[in-house]
Design a protein around this ligand. Structure first.
Ligand SMILES: [Zn+2]
Length: 250
């Protein structure tokens, strides 16, 4: 693990630990961490082991992401989906926990990963939002769930919107853009295509949920533009590599 991306706002918080992995060409599959994309499992497990040895206290949680709006609350201090895919949390795209030393992880290559931290109630969340999850407002719903379950005040939440495909590179047809036609500045029309801005739409969901704009940090990194450092499904022609965004309480 040579390089990682971190957020300034979350880095100041001693109660939580977060990071976004980057490619490392000296490791198998450029340090992909995905078990579900048909690489040799042993090599991916080597990558995961290489990574987790830096965090001996942590139990890693992996979900079987399905572009749903399903949210799972992790209540136990046990590892799930890290050493085998069979124990991954089924059909789920957002994880929330108030347990210490649990690392909630999201795997992506262009979709938007979002990390959330409530320093008052001491709760963390990790969310996966591609266009389908964004359309289903999974991020807004995750904040609602934190409110309901842990009494989180959205004004306390710090958020990081991690590297994902940007408006510069995310060209879609009207059959996708149409779902966001009522969202301000959701896309730029470049007839007959539309350049969709998923990080911006997710930021709007956080504002709607009650977060302060000053508490939302955008990485402003496009995975397709920065394909040297991040896996990009689009740029790499349906690549199978995935990087990981994660957050956990210390
Ligand atoms: Zn780009």
């Amino acid at each position: 693990m040579k390089n990682i991306h971190t957020f300034h706002n979350l880095s100041k918080e001693v109660l939580c630990h977060h990071l976004v992995t980057q490619k490392d060409k000296t490791l198998p599959y450029s340090f992909s961490l995905a078990l579900h994309t048909n690489e040799e499992k042993e090599e991916i497990l080597k990558n995961r082991h290489h990574f987790s040895q830096y965090f001996p206290q942590k139990k890693f949680i992996v979900a079987n992401q399905t572009h749903s709006a399903n949210i799972h609350i992790v209540n136990k201090h046990e590892e799930l989906g890290w050493k085998s895919i069979s124990s991954a949390i089924k059909n789920c795209d957002a994880l929330i926990s108030n347990k210490k030393n649990i690392m909630l992880t999201i795997l992506t290559a262009d979709c938007v990963p979002i990390l959330l931290f409530d320093p008052i109630q001491k709760v963390v969340a990790a969310v996966h939002a591609g266009w389908k999850g964004t359309q289903q407002e999974i991020l807004f719903k995750t904040v609602q769930k934190m409110k309901k379950t842990f009494n989180t005040n959205p004004k306390d939440i710090l958020a990081g919107i991690a590297p994902s495909i940007g408006k510069c590179c995310y060209e879609v047809d009207w059959n996708v853009a149409k779902y966001f036609k009522d969202v301000p500045d959701a896309y730029e029309e470049q007839h007959p295509k539309y350049m969709l801005d998923l990080p911006h739409i997710n930021k709007l969901q956080l504002l709607k949920a009650g977060l302060y704009e000053t508490h939302i940090e955008m990485s402003k990194i496009c995975t397709a533009c920065e394909v040297e450092y991040y896996f990009s499904y689009r740029k790499e022609n349906a690549c199978s590599g995935r990087f990981m965004s994660m957050i956990g309480l210390n």
